[in-house]
Design a protein around this ligand. Structure first.
Ligand code: ZN
Length: 386
């Protein structure tokens, strides 16, 4: 009885979703904080990188043919990367349509449809009550809907091609970020960009960073660019007379920061914000060695799908992520991903924390490379603990 409105609504969902990305699974988790000029923008969920998706897809072939939850997720990633790579074809677009329709409730408001006016809302001449099963009227209505959906599909695919999402490699890689959207212009024009190679710092008796982390609930999110851990309230640092509240932390592989040219296996960025909205990011370098218990807890709670999140039941002590020695570098930089906003206080811990090869390999399966290249220091002052 409600076939027609349901189909129309499904088409509406499709039109709304597809322009967001080729990888329709990268639905945005709710932003933790103000999306403008905020740390969540540094890790804002976007489309998966085509290159990374291809590597993940290639790696999937090495997996045993067993029906684990991880494999179910990998198959979804595969399907999406296939659709991503061939989205000019109607077949691939239809595949994406199936995935979107399967995952999204058909309850998106019709007002959200901008490019597919013919598909929604249902017209007066197509009243559900007139659709008697098997009648010619019903057949004609279904055929008309099919035709409309094909048109919609092509239109949406073309739209998606016009707005590529940023990535870590390929045509939407770091060299092209500034060209993707006007609000990303700072990625190319900025004079205080991050990350940098930390060297020739002024060795000073820097006041220790006041870490005030307490056992907290955490929520693990796969943003499509990294694994991010959203942290409950009550964790803060005090530095240079200002207090910054921890918002989230996330990971890069390999490390974005370098120290005297040396790159580390991975890093963790702990993103803090003060009452005025200013950002302070603590970078913890991760180096191959013993297993890291807190990271293991995060990995154990990886969400099965990009864009979804998973709450960790037990409280987690975030001090476990910090090195014992608390010397650090300090400099002014930017977010390391679009929109590359500047005026970020960077605090890079000098001593790395160990992470096991197995733990690195797990992240590598999801994000083999998600590090921005180092940027010009351009005469910036770098302070360093003695
Ligand atoms: Zn980061």
């Amino acid at each position: 009885m409600f076939l027609l409105p349901r189909l129309a609504a499904a088409a509406a969902v499709f039109v709304v979703q597809l322009p967001l990305s080729g990888a329709a699974l990268s639905a945005s988790p709710p932003p933790l904080i103000d999306p403008q000029n905020s740390p969540s923008r540094e890790t804002a969920p976007r489309a998966g990188t085509p290159g990374a998706a291809a590597i993940v897809a290639a790696k999937t072939k090495e997996l045993p043919a067993k029906d684990s939850p991880e494999q179910m997720r990998q198959r979804l990633v595969d399907a999406l990367s296939a659709a991503d790579g061939k989205s000019t074809g109607a077949g691939a677009a239809a595949k994406t349509l199936q995935i979107v329709n399967r995952r999204e409730p058909a309850s998106q408001p019709a007002t959200a449809v901008r490019t597919a006016a013919p598909a929604a809302p249902p017209r007066a001449g197509a009243e559900p009550m007139a659709l008697v099963p098997g009648s010619t009227a019903r057949l004609a209505a279904v055929q008309r809907l099919d035709a409309e959906r094909r048109e919609t599909t092509h239109g949406a695919a073309a739209h998606a091609h016009g707005a590529p999402k940023w990535a870590y490699d390929g045509p939407s890689g770091p060299h092209a970020w500034a060209d993707l959207k006007p609000e990303y212009a700072t990625c190319a024009s900025g004079q205080r960009q991050s990350p940098i190679d930390l060297r020739d710092g002024l060795k000073l008796q820097l006041e220790p960073i006041g870490f005030n982390y307490a056992p907290s609930s955490i929520r693990v999110v796969d943003t499509g660019h990294t694994i991010q851990v959203n942290v409950g309230a009550g964790n803060w640092i005090e530095v240079m007379g200002r207090r910054f509240e921890l918002q989230q932390f996330h990971f890069h592989k390999p490390s974005e920061e370098r120290i005297d040219g040396r790159r580390f296996d991975m890093d963790a960025h702990l993103v803090h914000r003060d009452a005025d909205g200013r950002l302070a990011i603590v970078a913890v370098l991760l180096s191959r060695g013993a297993a890291q218990p807190l990271i293991q807890t995060v990995w154990n709670n990886l969400p099965l799908e990009k864009g979804s999140d998973q709450l960790v039941g037990a409280a987690v002590d975030l001090n476990a992520l910090l090195p014992t020695a608390r010397g650090y570098f300090a400099y002014m930089g930017s977010l390391t991903e679009p929109p590359c906003t500047e005026d970020v206080l960077w605090l890079v811990m000098k001593s790395p924390v160990e992470i096991s090869p197995q733990q690195i390999a797990i992240f590598d399966r999801l994000y083999p490379m998600n590090a921005r290249p180092v940027q010009a220091t351009a005469g910036r002052m770098i302070k360093e603990s003695e």
